[in-house]
Design a protein around this ligand. Sequence first.
Ligand code: 13P
Length: 255
Amino acid sequence: MDAQKPGPQRRPLVVANWKLNGSRRSNQALLEALVAGWKAQSGSAEVAICPPFIYLPQAAELLEKSEFYLGGQNLSQYSEGAYTGEVSGKMLAETGCRYVIIGHSERRQLFNETDELVAEKFAAALSHGLTPILCVGESLEECDGGHTLAVVGRQLGVVIDKVGLEAFARAVVAYEPVWAIGTGRHATPADAQRVHAYIRERLGVQGETIQVLYGGSVKPDNAPELFAMADIDGGLIGGASLKSEDFLAICRAAG
Ligand code: 13P
């Protein structure tokens, strides 16, 4: 199979996941540099920025006249009520978010989010008109044991069982091998391509049109070869999204 582009026409998408980083001052400098830089390079990719919740209004204001979309890094499975410390999809939508990251491996591992909770959050995002970016990916042990596709298949399967395949018409999937996140070690383009092709197959007819992103140590130097693969539509970027030049270079590699 020829794994190189061109394939079906899907718009490239690059998403910045700032994680627990930023300050009002550094956010302003970063966002202003990104808006100016993106305008200058007039790229065709879609770009979304996911800052910590508390900075969403600031980012919404700074991005107002730009082409960048806004996203949350998480959301509550509940819409409202007595759930101290939670943020709902309704609140994210009202603050200008189009996207929300769901089931990031850091939330699965550090905050005990189960496949079932991730599925509930996916459903909650859709019910508030947000586009969920569903993260899937295997740990190092699972990878070494040859269980990558089984793990990714299970993670997808629980969400499919909850919302149905059709719901993926309004979603994005991000494949992030846990061992590649923040480690400087990324999946080879061929290995990532194999998993992306499997994700599409698992999603049936939705798999042809859904944007599937790769995440895990994407940098300006490896982005072009990863994004050149037929089933990789862009990236979910952690560390490199905090440096305007690196992030703009990665966006450029996407389109
Ligand atoms: P890094 O790009 O820092 O490896 O993080 C990837 C990630 O977790 C994005 O969600």
